[in-house]
Design a protein around this ligand. Structure first.
Ligand code: SAH
Length: 197
């Protein structure tokens, strides 16, 4: 997976490669789909959700530029796979999932693998996690239609968010009140659900 799908496509940031090598992807995937864990595609979780293709996880992780001292907010815990990679790179990860079955299962997997600097919340990702804001980086792994303002406001000045908006991937750097957006190509993510809508 690493040689062909990650390095082979030009992702060679050593810390990202090391984190991806260290996290056993199959442990995050339900048994029924586990044989596909290392294939070059997204894999089903339950409840209609998916864990992203390895390359997309690697790309988004590299784009976030995580430093060891960073506190990162993640929206869409899903299986917890991306959470594990972020946890290897950052000081702490705050992860929010709206489906309690998935959030709970991810937590069990991550705890069984010994990750302890992760904070879990079941709730609406559009609200972020105000009590722990501001964050050095925000990773969004479900797709809203536009940049959620509450999340932007929980970024530190100079901080970065990586987010699919519709079917386009962006990195968004906060510069004061301005969102400096860079486009990184087309992607497919499950929608970021608005519970109030
Ligand atoms: N990063 C995950 C993949 C996430 S799939 C992994 O590595 O496995 C997207 C996840 O976002 C799903 O679990 C979905 O339930 C969740 N989600 C969708 N809308 C949300 C919202 N408004 N708030 C929090 N989580 C949300």
């Amino acid at each position: 997976m690493i040689e062909e799908q990650i390095r082979g496509r030009g992702l060679d940031e050593p810390r990202v490669i090391e984190a991806m090598r260290a996290v056993p992807r199959h442990r995050f995937i339900p048994e029924a789909y586990r044989s596909h864990a290392y294939e070059d595609c997204a894999v089903s979780l339950d409840l209609g959700q998916t864990v992203s293709q390895p390359y997309i996880v690697g790309l988004m992780t590299r784009l976030l530029d995580v430093r060891e001292s960073d506190r990162i907010l993640e929206i869409g815990t899903g299986s917890g796979y991306q959470t594990a990679i972020l946890a290897r790179l950052a000081q702490s990860v705050f992860t929010v999932e709206r489906l309690s079955v998935l959030g709970q299962r991810a937590r069990e997997t991550l705890e069984s693998l010994g990750y302890d600097d992760i904070h879990y919340r079941i709730g609406d990702g559009y609200e972020g996690w105000t009590e722990h804001a501001p964050f050095d980086g925000i990773m969004v792994t479900a797709a809203p239609d536009k940049l959620p303002d509450a999340l932007f406001r929980q970024l530190k000045d100079g901080g970065k968010m990586v987010i699919p908006i519709g079917e386009e991937l962006y990195s968004v750097t906060r510069s004061g009140e301005e969102a400096v957006k860079v486009h990184h190509g087309g992607v497919r993510f499950v929608p970021m659900v608005e519970d109030g809508a």
